[in-house]
Design a protein around this ligand. Structure first.
Ligand code: AMP
Length: 116
């Protein structure tokens, strides 16, 4: 776990405002400030991990609860019928810019493959 508070830590504590769309005991979801699709939401676990490599040190329910949260958010946003993309940018090559593990939900348009 990194020591320095990230922007997502500050959103979680309310220090920085966010356009929240969903919250439960495990996750918080809010709209991306620079959307790459008509629907672009970030889902963060309430307990911070910096990236995937940390998950082996976490309890086994952590990833499950995060992905269950992603599923709930997508359903609440009405994305289930048309589908959506789930992205985790992890580390430097993954283009991760915020060192707080988070899941992007992108929907509302057709996606292309492969990603750049
Ligand atoms: P990543 O490149 O996966 O680390 O993505 C970080 C994402 O956080 C980017 O898509 C940013 O647009 C988004 N972001 C940065 N600051 C904020 C903020 N204050 N509120 C909402 N989204 C943000």
């Amino acid at each position: 776990m990194a020591e320095e508070a990230t922007i997502f830590d500050k959103i979680l504590t309310g220090e920085i405002p966010a356009d929240k769309v969903y919250e439960d005991d495990d996750v918080l979801a809010f709209r991306d400030i620079n959307p790459q699709a008509p629907v672009h939401v970030l889902v963060i676990p309430k307990r911070r991990a910096e990236r995937f490599a940390e998950l082996k040190h976490s309890d086994t329910g952590f990833a499950g609860r995060l992905f269950q949260g992603v599923s709930r958010v997508a359903t609440e946003l009405g994305l289930d019928d048309d589908g959506y993309r789930v992205v985790v940018n992890n580390g430097r090559n993954g283009q991760q810019t915020v060192e707080y593990l988070h899941v992007h939900i992108l929907g509302g348009r057709g996606m292309t493959w492969p990603p750049g």
